[in-house]
Write a protein that binds this ligand. Structure first.
Ligand SMILES: Cc1cc2nc3c(=O)[nH]c(=O)nc-3n(C[C@H](O)[C@H](O)[C@H](O)COP(=O)(O)OP(=O)(O)OC[C@H]3O[C@@H](n4cnc5c(N)ncnc54)[C@H](O)[C@@H]3O)c2cc1C
Length: 402
């Protein structure tokens, strides 16, 4: 057997059933025609998102108390992400982006916050956002311009966030602000923000290269009153923890982004293999030519290597969440998975286009759309450059090495 799930015998059976559910859901609901239609309209596929929620596909590794699938391993999330994105990248990416960042609320929120905010997201009724980036602070979020000032039992927040996934559609999400600006990253706090509160304006950003079914926007905050109870984790625990919790969460979410790359690479590989078998030149199928064979072999090899790294990193998350793995070591492993998974996607999708020749350049053959959809995976959730810096930092400190 060469099934990656057999590497985890304690979970293999239940994860294979979960994969079957995800696969059947995708077969019933996804098609390239539908993906093109949603992409043209730049619309989030709400109906598909709701159906995925009904099947427990939006948060398999979150306990059922909060609306999740109740799997005891983070690998469950990876299985579903790989499956849905491979089946149809544009639609799979949108569905997996719907609950984006909600794991952070699960990791650090109070019991009350988890029970109030998570179930509607995992039922597929709401999406979620995590707002860190600002126009002047992208990679470097150690000092933010968005400020939260305490007044009585409220915080007054002023500032602006940009490039925020789901901001135009979500009813609520998390936002990182300076509570003590002079302390820089040591004085940042995460707040649960509702988008319909007075003083909040959302502006949708259009004209994205790809991932057009995923709405992205700017959030303007003009003296927005936020109850102190909306400090993530509660005021006592959560005040000035925002920066650290964000990085701790990235150690997990970056493996998710790596899996987006893996799923897109697999989708492109599937198309390229099929095309190479069908398309004839010089009186024979392309796959008979050694240069095409070499391309397909290399693509398959890189995909398998990325998959091994990603699943291994996901397996470590279970121990990381029990504080058994050093956060910097986890950051290095997650960073390696993120950089490698997304670079493999870049290579594989590009070669898939090459194998399609001129047809690969047109939307009808889908690999063109996959290329546009995959490109941002090397930019968000920490650019690949910053992920490499995270790896080198762990090496330098001697907390991790290969
Ligand atoms: C489609 C999309 C969705 C997004 N969703 C979200 C979201 O939901 N929430 C959110 O908060 N943000 C989101 N982002 C923002 C994203 O995380 C940032 O774009 C990213 O962190 C980079 O920041 P920047 O764009 O300001 O680039 P910059 O920080 O200006 O970086 C520009 C270039 O310089 C490099 N660079 C910067 N510093 C260093 C350094 N020290 N060493 C070497 N190279 C360096 C970077 O790697 C990059 O190549 C999204 C972005 C996009 C495009």
């Amino acid at each position: 057997m060469t099934d990656v799930l057999d590497l985890f015998p304690q979970y293999a059976e239940e994860l294979k059933l979960l994969r079957k559910t995800a696969r059947e859901y995708a077969q019933r609901n996804f098609s390239p025609e539908l993906a093109r239609e949603y992409e043209k309209k730049e619309e989030f596929p709400w109906d598909l998102y709701k159906k995925a929620g009904e099947l427990g596909l939006l948060a398999p590794s979150i306990p059922t108390d909060y609306g999740g699938g109740g799997f005891t391993t983070y690998i469950a999330d990876i299985v579903v992400t790989e499956e849905l994105v491979r089946a149809e990248p544009t639609l799979g990416l949108a569905i997996m982006a719907g609950p984006f960042t909600s794991h952070m609320l699960y990791f650090f929120g109070t019991e009350e916050q988890r029970k109030k905010y998570l179930p509607p997201v995992y039922r597929g009724e709401n999406t979620f956002f995590g707002a860190y980036t600002e126009p002047e602070h992208g990679t470097d979020i150690t000092q933010l311009n968005t400020v939260a000032e305490k007044k009585g039992d409220k915080y007054i927040i002023r500032g602006m966030k940009t490039f925020i996934t789901n901001a135009p559609t979500a009813k609520y999400g998390l936002l990182l602000a300076q509570t003590e600006p002079e302390k820089r990253h040591r004085g940042q706090t995460l707040f649960i923000i509702h988008t319909d509160w007075p003083g909040i304006t959302i502006r949708r950003l259009t004209g994205k290269m790809g991932q057009r079914t995923i709405p992205v926007g700017e959030i303007y905050l003009d003296n927005v009153e936020v109850p102190a109870e909306n400090v993530l984790g509660g005021e006592e625990k959560g005040l000035n923890q925002g920066f650290y919790w964000t990085l701790a969460y990235f150690n997990v979410s970056r493996i998710g982004v790596a899996t987006l790359g893996l799923g897109i690479a697999l989708a492109a590989f599937d198309k390229a293999l099929e095309y190479a078998q069908k398309r004839n030149q010089f009186g024979q199928p392309l796959i008979n030519f050694e240069m095409i064979q070499e391309k397909l072999a290399r693509m398959a090899m890189l995909i398998e290597a990325a998959r091994s790294l990603i699943y291994r990193a996901a397996y470590y998350v279970d121990d990381y969440l029990k504080f058994k793995i050093d956060p910097r070591a986890m950051g290095a492993i997650a960073g390696a998975a993120k950089v490698y998974g997304t670079e493999v996607a870049n290579y594989v999708v590009d070669e898939a286009i090459q194998i399609h020749g001129g047809y690969g350049y047109f939307e009808e053959f889908d690999v063109e759309r996959y290329w546009r959809d995959h490109r941002v995976t090397r930019i968000y959730e920490g650019t690949n450059e910053i992920n490499l810096l995270t790896i080198s930092d762990a090496l330098r400190r001697g907390v991790w090495k290969p």
